[in-house]
Design a protein around this ligand. Sequence first.
Ligand SMILES: Cc1cc2nc3c(=O)[nH]c(=O)nc-3n(C[C@H](O)[C@H](O)[C@H](O)COP(=O)(O)O)c2cc1C
Length: 257
Amino acid sequence: MVFYFTGTGNSLYIAEKIEKKPISIPQIMRGTEREFAADSIGIVCPIYGHEVPSMVREFMREVSFHTDYFYMILTYGNRHGGAAELAKQLCETCGIDVSYINVVLMVDNWLPAFDMNEQTKLDKKVDEQMAVILEDLQNRRKAISPVTQADREAHQQFLAGMSQMPADAWQHLIRMTDACVGCGICTKVCPSDSIRLENGKAVHIPGRCQTCLACVHACPYKAIGLTVPEKNPQARYRNDHISLGDIIAANGKNGER
Ligand SMILES: Cc1cc2nc3c(=O)[nH]c(=O)nc-3n(C[C@H](O)[C@H](O)[C@H](O)COP(=O)(O)O)c2cc1C
């Protein structure tokens, strides 16, 4: 049993490598089922600021997992900042006995720091990284991906920077522009129902936004930007192996393609 959270498809691609039909965390969070039992249970998700998205944290706090082998695979694009260690601490606070945590370097979809046209040119050897992880999972290996002092310092530095910003700064990251034609795709790819159409235009509602950037990357008109500078406002990304329909099925309210 594999659960996943995704904004631009990297984590879904990885989850599907582990199991054909992984389960969407946003869809579970919209429902009432809170007990899961299986021979092995895993979570695949991106890291945001070296930690798992807030909805994944909520999911881990609310759900009871009954398994002998619990694991997490964290996708990231540039610097994991000790994400495996932070995820292990999260498991402990949620009462989850975690056996294995690993990280996978993929395309970085963080638009303030990266030009997607440049990111997609890099070969980050995802399948090679996954071959090792798949073998580990098959052998039910017990291991937490190593974390260095430099990783920990990078995270502390990040937290120090965040503490200078208003607590809800990330809730105001998404910026709708006049280029919006009201197609509604952004409302369907949002995992937290944070966008609605008003008078034929998309409106972002702060509060539960995961800042996954699914809406920004999926808008066919590039009508959604950020309130901070972007490296290339014309470059957008979705994992090559994942369709728009897959993202809608993962995150949309009705899960329809
Ligand atoms: C809000 C946000 C924060 C991110 N923070 C980090 C980070 O701290 N370190 C990193 O290496 N990548 C970071 N990334 C990049 C993503 O973790 C990476 O591209 C991931 O594979 C995206 O997964 P997805 O396609 O399943 O959404 C961040 C992306 C977003 C949107």
